[in-house]
Each structure stands twice: as C-alpha cells, then as structure tokens.
Design a protein around this ligand. Structure first.
Ligand code: BGC
Ligand code: NOJ
Length: 811
C-alpha cells in the first residue's frame, strides 16, 4: 500500500493520505538554522545544535506520536481545522503534503477554503518562512480567523525536559506590533533570542500556553481558538508559546498570503538592549523586513530551488528506470546532504540530545556528498581531524556548536581513525586539492599542537599497527564499526553503557576482522596517496604492512567458507561455523571482499556465496546468522537485541553496500543489482504499510528474517546507509569513479541492462558518458572513446575546465 507518489519533475514526494504509518518528515535549512517537519506539521527548529540551541519545543515519545509543531488553526463559524489535518484531525475535503528539497508544502481544503503553507529556510538566513496562502474556492464571501502556534523551548533541549523546578519560573517574552519575542535567560548569560512574526496587523495574540489551550485541553482543542477570542496573554514563567490571531475576509475566488517568520537573533554584548530589560529588536526587524512581501518570499524560494538545481547537476543519470533515476538524481543525494548537516544528531529517531557529530559517521558521510559541496567538505575534514589525539586515537563524537570532542563518550573505537584516510582521500580525488594535506591541524583542539593534516593520516594508519593482537590482527577496543560488538565490556550492570564500559581489557585478545579488512583497503589508499606525493619510502612501508595484514587475514581470519568476524577477549572465534549462534557476519565478509583479499584462492567468491546463502532474505542482507538468542556477556550489546533487530541480525542497510561492492569486485553485476534494489526505498514504496518509514530515504535498519515482523524499517534519514549506497551505485555499479588524475569508467551491471547515460561534472569540465551493453555483459570495457578518439584502458583523461566532453564506453 502507498500513501503518496513521487513527483520527479518537481523533485517532491507527494503524500496524499495524512495517516502515514509513521510521521514522514523533511528537513529545512542549509547552513545553521534548521527545522524538522513532518507531513502533519509536527517538528521543531534549532540553531546549529539541536541540543544547545533548541528554538521550539518538541516532545519525543508523545501520545499520540508527533504532537506539537508549527500549527495553523483555521476557524470558520463553528468549524476548527488545520491544513495539516493534525492536531485537530477535523476531516478535510482535500489534503496534500509535498516534501521537496529543503522545503515542505502542506495543503488542506475544507468548506471550499484552501489553506496552503510553504515552509522553508531561505539561504543564508537564520529564520524559517511560513507562507500561508488562503483561497476562497466558493461562491460566498468568507470571514475566517487564523491562529498560528509554536511553543518555545528554553534553549537547552535536555534541561528543558527535566529541570522543571527552574524552568517554570524563567520564561520571558515581549510583544510589539505583530511580533512575539522569546527572551528567556537573555538577561543573564545568553546573547540570543527568537521571534515569531506575521506581516499583517493582528487581532490579538497569546504567549502563555495554559491560557491558549486551557489547562485541560490538548493541541487539538485550544480554548482560545474554540472561543475565537485571543487573550493577549503575556507569559511569566510556566511555558511560553507564540500564537497570532488574524481575521481574514475573502471574496469568492479571492486569495491572500500571510507571511510568518520564525527567526533567531544573536547580539554582541554592547548591542543587546534597547533600554533596561527591553531587548534590542533592530536585528529582528531587519530580518522581518527581508521577507515581508510576497515578492521577497518568492525570490528567496527561487534562490533555494536554484541552489538545489546546482547541487543536483553534478551527477545525473538517465537509465530508463524511473525508480533508479529518482534515487540517484534526487533523493539519495539529498539524504547525503542531510547527513552532512546533521550527522546522527536530530531526526525522529535521534532526539538531538544524545549524539553530536560522529568521527566515523562524518567521515563516511563525506564519500556521499563531497562532489556537491567540496568547500564545506574541506572544512569538515579539518574539524574532524582536530579531535584526534597525538597517538592517532580520536574522540568518537564531537559537538557541532563547539566542535570539541565529547568527553562523555571519549575514545577507544579502534576503527575510527582509519575513516579519516578515506574521508580525506575522497576529497582530494574529487577536487585535486592536495593543499589540504598541508593545513595545520591541532590535536584535541589544543592551540599550539598543530601538525600538517597529512601527519594525522600517518598517525591513523599507525594507530592500527600499534594495537595489534596475538594473530597480528587489529585489536577491537570498545567496538569497531559495529558499536554493539563490545568484546571488552563484560557488563552485568544495566546502568553501565555498553559503549563506554571496559571491565576487562588487561591481556585482551579481542581482534576485529572488520578493521583488518578496512586496514587493507584504506592502507592501500594511504600508500597510493604517498606515491602521489612522491613519498616513496613511506608508500613502501605502508604496502609492506598491508601485505602483512593480508597474510594474517588469510591465515587466521578464514573459516573455510567465509571470513571470521573477530576473536573474543579469550581468543575464541566469533563468526565461525564452530559457534552455536552468530556463525557468519556481514562486516568482515564485506570488508575482506571489497579489499579483494584471497581473490586468487577463491576466498572472495566463496565468502560472497556464503553471504548469499546464509544472510540474504527477501528484504535485504541481515547482519549475522543465526541471531543471538541469549545474552553473551563476552559479546556485549549485540546479544541484547531481540533476534532480527538492529545489530543482532537486522538488515543494517549501511553495510549491505559493502557486499554489493564486493560482488562488483567479483564482476557479478546481477547480484550487486539484486541487493541494491532490495533495500532501495523507491523500490519498497509499494509496501509502505509494512516498511512504515519514508519511501524516499534510506532507513538504518529493516527488521531481518528472524524478526517478529520482517521488512519493517526503523531509524530513517540519519545513517551511513545514504553515503554508502550512493557510493556503491555511482562508483561501483554505474562505475563512474573520480581518481587523482582521471575519471574512471568501470561499470558492473546486470546483463539485461542495455545501457545508460551519466552526466558528471568533474574539476570544472562536463562529461557526458554513454555506456552501451549490446552483448548483455556484466563487467569489463571492450572500448572507450573520448570525443570520438579511442582510449586505452578505462580512464578518461582530465579535460580543461569549462569543456564539454562526450564519452562512449562499451562493455
Ligand atoms: C545502537 C547503535 C548505535 C549505538 C551508539 C546502539 O544501541 O544499536 O546502532 O550506534 O547504540 O549510540
Ligand atoms: C550507528 C552509528 O552511528 C554508526 O557509527 C555505527 O557504525 C552503526 N550504528 C553500527 O553499530
């Protein structure tokens, strides 16, 4: 069952039934002012950091789910309704929500009145525009009342939810003309306030929540709206809100726009006040003036659309398969940008409080968005590297507001440092900008400790070598990519965190085959970079170490039919046929096959066949099999999850592309494509009722074959799945791969594909690449011509910036 459809021309997903199986959301904002908005107008706004600068309040875990947001109440006679259907849930005569590229349009129709709200954050603006368009479709004049609504958050989203003894006494607002200002704590230590305005005189307003709703009413029956009488309440403590009341008269056929602005202002100390205890409103007024007419808003909206035209013009595909094209050209790239902006912090599954930017996560995200905004990728790499320590270890997370490492979680995830190598190299291959490597980067953000970025990469490489276990394989530390494989944790205490507890480390033999495979792959990349830089000695050293690791994997990491997953604290195998549960895992088999380890000996094809046989199912590839059915103290969190969910045999979409890429190494384009399609959201749209979450973005996890309800997805939007699947489809299936001095064309496709065309902008030139497959092959170029000239091999030499180049490749 579907709840809407794609509108590819406008790059929108159109939801036509408000009762989606879960809130289907979108993100507004491109730089520092952000909002989350659901298809029924739920959600919230924040400035830069969803924890420390929360502008409007939101209650996760509410009943009903997704209550609270940016609501408009319309009152006509006795009828009260919302264009977003919720919260009143008054039956509508028409409803549509269009989620587009950083904007959302929600339209409701009732009694021949159409109310349409466009929500977006203009470029370079610390404010959200809400343009409400009202149109009388009837034959009689209408007089209606409009009430807006947002609820302020007292800035710190964590204490806002717990410290009520203080919170109920601190709230402060001001009102002037049609603007409501929220200034809690501005007097003491804050230099910021928020405001909510409308570009018309109001009939009244409310800023005290209980006055607006009535003490016993929910979002669906605000007393003020039911009565049609704003109270002009001024909040003193308790819970400040902002609601405008406007009266609108519409002749038949007439329409009217009202422009609301939800903004954020920061003032330098000397400009904070107009007079004692009265805030300086000039910056807010300037912001309001920038968007106070229909023309200004239309222009700002066009600029946002042009910004996305540009971002999405760098890689475009025409495959003749609309479900694939819309993912590659629109939604997968959009999701990659959203992950760049939010890492794993704020979604409808991440509260915005617990986790900042992940070291591992943000590096991986880079491989998905670097072609879109290389300048910001550059800055991101430097920020991430600044949280590394002199021994190559690094903080697992950092806060976006301060950019400082998060002490609560600390370090010790031994795969983390290696991701910096791939993040950095992806940037250089995209841009050719080697100067990044000379940028001075501190350790742990401490001024005076700067060394060139290149040295951080060397330290990352050596960090693995300095922490080898008894088989010459990398020690796992607290965990590797799989946060839940906690082999030194040994926790019997529910109040301990699996991620930060290490009750047993002395003499640990816990080694990871995932990190081993990763070291081979990224160690080779590191060696390749060294060669580019003329550091031949260092390149040879790296190659020797990569060779040694490869041998160690073949000797101690091979279980006969697939790669082992790990050795535990005691040196016992994990992911072996000798185990009772968890005999085979996806991660090590993904990494070792991507790295081509034991290709000649047949290990790659055997491992991939074992994955197909034991891990594949209707909805994707599960993480491990058989799932754990009891708690193993020596394995940690992985065995805490019920079978079929999350890291315990869920379909972790993030690591499916590792197998997809592994299959392309082996030249099996049919299997790669089959796996790709299984988890690709546009292909699961038809069973949205089972899948539950948005059909336009990837979810972190789909319940696996051992779950109670296989196929049900969770944790949409913020996941490494976006970057990895984009990387797999664009660079390994379609096979268009940036390199230091060329653009590689090396497709691996199913035999029944006749061909496709990719337009790739790369280093200033435009490449139109036509791939033909007349003989139904899967891999291997028979010929390559560049502007009519045959070229040996599969690399397009770089063309001068500004040029347009036509490439034909034949399989
Ligand atoms: C989740 C992981 C997550 C980790 C750290 C675990 O409970 O299963 O996916 O990365 O917590 O937040
Ligand atoms: C989610 C985390 O964000 C990511 O870093 C991790 O690799 C996966 N969970 C798997 O545990």
């Amino acid at each position: 069952m579907q709840y809407g459809h794609f509108d590819d021309k406008r790059r929108e997903y159109v939801i036509t039934d408000p009762k989606t199986p879960w809130p289907w959301i979108n993100y507004l904002g491109t730089e520092d002012f952000f909002s989350l908005i659901s298809n029924t107008a739920g959600g919230y706004s924040f400035y830069k950091d969803a924890r420390f600068r929360r502008i409007t309040r939101y209650r996760y875990n509410n009943v009903p789910m997704d209550s609270g947001g940016k609501y408009f109440y319309i009152k006509e006679g006795k009828d009260v309704w919302n264009p977003s259907w919720k919260p009143c849930k008054t039956p509508l005569d028409g409803y549509e929500c269009r989620h587009g590229m950083n904007y959302t349009i929600i339209k409701g129709i009732k009694n021949e009145l159409e109310a349409k709200v466009l929500y977006f954050v203009p470029l370079k603006t610390k404010a959200e525009v809400q343009r409400l368009t009202l149109r009388n479709q009837g034959t009689k004049t209408k007089i209606i009342q409009v009430f807006s609504f947002v609820e302020w958050c007292l800035w710190n989203a964590a204490t806002d939810m717990e410290n009520f003894q203080r919170n109920f006494s601190t709230g402060e607002v001001e009102t002037e003309d049609s603007v409501i200002y929220h200034k809690t704590e501005y007097k003491e230590r804050r230099n910021h306030y928020a405001f909510y305005s409308v570009n018309e005189p109001v009939k009244g307003f409310d800023t005290d929540r209980e006055t607006f709703f009535g003490l016993y009413n929910g979002f669906d029956e605000p007393q003020v709206v039911l009565d049609g009488t704003p109270r002009n309440s001024v909040a003193h403590g308790w819970s400040p809100i902002a609601s405008h009341c406007l009266e609108v008269k519409l002749a038949p056929g007439q329409s009217k726009d009202l422009i609301f602005l939800l903004g954020y202002v920061e003032s330098p100390d000397e400009q904070k006040w107009e007079r004692q205890n009265v805030i300086n409103k000039l910056p807010a007024k300037a912001l309001i003036e920038a968007f106070d007419t229909e023309e200004k808003v239309t222009k700002a909206f066009e600029q946002l659309r042009a910004y996305w035209d540009k971002l999405l013009s760098i890689f475009t595909l025409q495959s003749g398969e609309p479900k694939l094209d819309r993912m590659v050209n629109i939604w997968n790239q959009y999701q990659c940008m959203i992950n760049f902006l939010f890492s794993r912090s704020a979604s409808f599954f991440e509260s915005g409080i617990g986790r900042g930017m992940g070291f591992r996560d943000s590096n991986q995200d880079l491989i998905g968005f670097v072609h879109q905004i290389p300048e910001r990728a550059r800055e991101r790499i430097l920020d991430i590297a600044s949280t590394q320590f002199p021994d190559g270890g690094c903080y697992h997370q950092y806060q976006p507001l301060t950019k400082k490492g998060n002490n609560e979680i600390g370090q010790g995830f031994n795969d983390d440092p290696l991701w910096l190598i791939i993040g950095t190299i992806s940037y250089i291959k995209e841009t050719g900008d080697f100067s990044l490597l000379n940028e001075p980067v501190p350790f742990d953000n401490t001024p005076g400790t700067e060394v060139p970025l290149f040295q951080h990469l060397t330290l990352s490489f050596d960090h693995v070598l300095n922490l080898l276990g008894p088989h010459g394989l990398p020690l796992i530390g607290r965990a590797d990519w799989n946060d839940c494989l906690n082999l030194n944790c040994f926790s019997n205490d529910p109040d301990e965190s699996f991620q930060t507890t290490e009750n047993k480390t002395e003499g640990s033999q816990a080694e990871s085959l995932m990190i081993a495979g990763q070291f081979v792959l990224y160690g080779r990349e590191y060696a390749g970079l060294c060669l580019q830089l003329g550091k031949n000695g260092e390149a040879r050293r790296a190659q020797r170490q990569v060779y040694a690791m490869t041998e160690a994997i073949k000797t101690y990491g091979w279980d006969g039919e697939w790669f082992l997953r790990a050795y535990d604290y005691f040196g016992n195998k994990i992911g072996s046929k000798e185990n009772e549960e968890g005999q085979i895992f996806i991660e090590s088999n993904g990494w070792c096959t991507m790295a081509g380890i034991g290709m000649e000996e047949g290990m790659v094809s055997k491992a991939l066949d074992a994955v197909k046989k034991r891990l594949d199912c209707e909805h994707g590839i599960v993480l491990n099999n058989p799932p754990y059915t009891r708690y193993y103290i020596e394995y940690g969190e992985i065995s805490s999850y019920p079978a079929g969910y999350k890291e315990n045999a869920g379909i972790f979409c993030h690591n499916n592309p590792w197998i997809i890429i592994g299959e392309t190494m082996q030249g099996r384009g049919d299997r790669a494509w089959e796996y790709f399609r299984k988890i690709c959201p546009s292909y699961t749209e038809a069973h949205s009722d089972l899948h539950k979450v948005e059909p336009y973005v990837y979810a972190q996890m789909i319940a696996g074959k051992d779950a109670f309800r296989p196929g049900e997805a969770k944790n949409s939007w913020l996941t490494g799945t976006a970057a990895w699947n984009y990387y797999a489809i664009s660079q390994y299936i379609l096979g268009i791969k940036p390199d230091y001095e060329s653009l590689e064309v090396n497709p691996c496709i199913p035999p029944d594909w006749k061909g496709y065309t990719v337009t790739r902008k790369f280093r200033g030139a435009t490449y139109h690449i036509r791939v033909n497959n007349p003989d139904g092959r899967m891999k291997g170029l028979r010929s390559l011509t560049v502007d009519g000239e045959p070229v040996q091999g599969n690399r397009i030499p770089l063309k001068p910036a500004g040029s347009v180049c036509h490439v034909v490749a034949e399989l």
